[in-house]
Design a protein around this ligand. Structure first.
Ligand code: SAM
Ligand code: SF4
Ligand code: SF4
Length: 348
């Protein structure tokens, strides 16, 4: 029986099954990327480790096979490895992969090895430029020296991740780059070159209108087709398509040197099979990156986690889900709905 047809696996109002949980571990970050603009402080009432494990358990029971740990910057959370270890038993209940999205600046050798030992399967590192200036600008670091330091650390993080066993050839290590027109579009080819050299798949992301702080405008967006065209002019590309429920459309380099991916949430939305649920560091669940409101899960977590209540609440929420914001977005229309929650709170 396919998972979505099992009676305990809910479908939403558009017949989409639940498949991915993006769990944010902190709203804080050591970077201040202008397209994200994280909070300086945590919200009150952060979930504890046992509460997070209970939430992941309930989500896996409803069909989640992929857990992505994110933030803010998830490496700021000292319980990250404990959480990864604590959810390992859920692999017997359907959890297939545990992934991490990080800016990489805190990923030293010891941390990469500890994450691997704890049972992490995949890491995606975010890097928006290949020069000290562009990293400083895109990460909101203020000056060139801090940009240079961050770039060095992220490049070292790629090496540490590889050495710890996150093999890019098995898609266990990838790079994310948000491209903002007029700010880092000149970094497109250098980023592709760097990724090809490292043997790592690069995912080029259209900048999105999440939250209310980042001052997003449609003019900031370089459409994915244009990115693919630019890279393809330099290194010919062949389409591989988008996997079901995935966010990225993939392209193979004609010379056999790996693949490139684009996330075209603005120019070619993929709400039709979106299977992602997001839970913030303080236990608010969102059924869409652009949902204007979340639902507080803490009543089912405190004073002690209530697994059946949690499962019922999450299942009910998923069954009611109607979100398809990116498909409804009218960039040129008179009114654009803006989400209330910020990216670093939702976890990307
Ligand atoms: N701090 C970690 C990082 O940067 O990888 C994890 C959290 S971050 C919110 C997750 C992903 O969301 C990153 O790859 C980041 O580039 C992406 N992101 C943040 N704001 C975005 C925006 N406005 N549009 C598109 N992607 C965005
Ligand atoms: Fe921090 Fe990631 Fe947001 Fe940049 S995108 S500010 S690294 S949370
Ligand atoms: Fe999923 Fe919402 Fe993004 Fe559409 S806009 S792909 S429903 S998160």
């Amino acid at each position: 029986m396919i998972p979505s047809l099992r009676p305990d696996r809910p479908l939403d109002q558009h017949q989409r099954p639940l498949g991915v949980l993006r769990l944010s571990l902190t709203a804080r970050c050591n970077f201040a990327c202008p397209y994200c603009l994280p909070d300086g402080q945590e919200p009150a009432g952060l979930l504890t480790l046992p509460e997070r494990v209970a939430v992941v358990g309930a989500a896996v029971g409803l069909g989640v096979t992929s857990l992505r740990l994110t933030g803010g910057e998830p490496l700021l959370n000292r319980e990250l490895e404990d959480l990864i270890e604590a959810v390992q038993p859920l692999r017997h209940q359907g959890l297939v992969e545990i992934a991490l999205t990080s800016n990489g600046s805190l990923l030293d050798r010891a941390r990469a090895q500890a994450l691997r030992r704890a049972g992490l399967d995949r890491i995606t590192l975010s890097l928006d430029g290949t020069t000290a200036e562009s990293v400083a600008q895109m990460a909101g670091l203020g000056d060139r020296a801090r940009g240079e330091q961050a770039l060095k650390r992220i490049l070292a993080a790629i090496d540490h991740a590889k050495a710890a066993g996150f093999d890019p050839a098995c898609a266990a290590l990838k790079l994310n780059a948000v491209i903002v027109r007029g700010r880092n579009d000149d970094q497109l080819l250098p980023l592709a070159q760097l990724a090809r050299h490292q043997g790592v798949e690069l995912r080029l992301i259209e900048t999105m209108d999440v939250g209310t702080r980042n001052g997003w405008s449609p003019a900031d967006v370089m459409p994915a087709a244009e990115m693919v065209h630019q890279v393809g002019q330099r290194w010919p590309l062949e389409p591989l398509g988008r996997t079901a429920h995935g966010t990225a459309s993939r392209w193979r380099y004609g010379d056999g040197q790996g693949a490139l991916a684009v996330v075209a949430s603005i120019s070619a939305p993929f709400c039709g099979d979106c299977n992602r649920l997001r839970i913030t560091a303080d236990g608010q669940v969102y059924t869409c990156l652009f949902a204007s409101q979340g639902t507080d899960l803490r009543p089912w977590l405190r004073p002690v986690p209530n697994p059946s209540g949690l499962s019922l609440a999450l299942g009910r929420l998923w069954r009611q889900r109607q979100d398809r914001y990116s498909e409804e977005r009218q960039i040129d229309g008179p009114v654009r709905r803006r989400s209330a929650a910020e990216m670093a709170y939702l976890g990307g």
